[in-house]
Ligand binder design. Structure first.
Ligand code: NAD
Length: 302
């Protein structure tokens, strides 16, 4: 058993911390010594309305337990204002949890521009605005921990969630590049795809399943990824019900086809999708060099 992971005097921004997962993150970071900016717009699960109540309730709970927290009610679309709340109250930002989210589920044939734009603005643009506003500060401090919140709907697709799935996968691409750009300055960026009971899932999952999917089961991974001793970066994790798994991209070893044509693709299809000898590229240059070495070493199939 290792010692408790502490966050004494670390300044943490949790977006969407008025309920669901974000609330539990905020409470637990505060319980472990962090100063927390509890951000929440306080709107509906589909992105309508606003209220200061959600964030205030969480701040009051943290303070009643002797913790340190301040509320912020801005939309993540105004990420720089949320970061300003942290700077004005605590003078720094160490950890950013991009968690705020909404759903506008509808099959793609019925999706409106508003359904698309609202989901983009909260998930992707919001994460961009917050991260942009803390990025150089973290690099200058040679310390930063950022968590993006993706979803199985992004990693694998999900019926009725083209807007949400697109943004959730976009966050993975965003994190992959930031992890490379932040690594030398000890700014680590990881992505989680959680499954947990919240107002976003209570209508689509049965009650007995929701019982097993407590938000409390997501928090330990986020705490671990954000700790100063943790060097993990650029990774994606699926997490829920006490289960944690690391996700990576796999590709088949591929087929080199001399004088490639559509007809030759058809002839070689079984080889193209044969995963008997999988490869796991971890960077764009890894990807290209893997292709070039495969071309030079494989006999050409004509
Ligand atoms: P939730 O609805 O309980 O919490 C989301 C919070 O974000 C709410 O309190 C909401 O008020 C806040 N919010 C929404 N728009 C905002 C904005 N523009 N600015 C600031 N705050 C805003 O849902 P949750 O399940 O706790 O979701 C947390 C994150 O996890 C989301 O990004 C969600 O997409 C993701 N996620 C959740 C699950 C799950 O199973 N619960 C699965 C995959 C991904």
């Amino acid at each position: 058993m290792t010692g408790e992971l502490k966050f004494k005097d670390k300044v943490v921004i949790v977006t969407g911390a008025g309920g669901g997962l974000g609330k539990i993150y905020a409470l637990e970071f505060a319980a472990r010594g962090a100063k927390v900016v509890v951000n929440d717009l306080g709107g509906s699960s589909t992105g309508e309305g606003a209220s200061s109540k959600a964030a205030d309730v969480v701040v009051n709970e943290i303070k009643s337990k002797g913790g340190v927290a301040v509320a912020n009610y801005d939309s993540v679309e105004d990420g720089e204002k949320i970061v300003a709340t942290a700077m004005n109250n605590f003078g720094r930002v160490d950890i950013l949890i991009n968690n705020a989210g909404i759903l506008r589920d509808v099959s793609f044939g019925k999706m409106t521009d508003q359904d698309w734009d609202l989901v983009y603005r909260v998930h992707m643009k919001g994460a961009y605005k917050l991260t942009r506003a803390v990025w150089n500060h973290m690099r200058d401090n040679k310390f930063g921990r950022v968590v993006m919140t993706s979803s199985a709907a992004g990693l694998y697709g999900n019926f009725g969630q083209a807007n949400y799935g697109a943004q959730k996968m976009a966050l993975v691409g965003f994190a992959n590049t930031l992890a490379q750009e932040g690594k030398a300055r000890n700014v680590n960026v990881n992505t989680i795809a959680p499954v947990a009971a919240s107002r976003l899932t209570e209508s689509v999952m049965p009650p007995d399943l929701l019982q097993q999917l407590k938000p409390e089961y997501i928090v330990p991974l986020v705490l671990y990824l954000c700790h100063e001793d943790t060097q993990e970066t650029g990774s994606v994790f699926e997490v829920g019900a006490g289960w944690v798994s690391k996700v990576r991209l796999q590709r088949s070893s591929g087929v080199y086809i001399k004088d490639i044509t559509a007809e030759k693709i058809k002839e070689n299809w079984a080889g193209i999708e044969n995963f008997d000898k999988p490869q796991y590229p971890t960077s764009a240059s890894d990807s290209v060099s893997g292709i070039l070495s495969a071309v030079s070493s494989q006999p050409a199939t004509s």
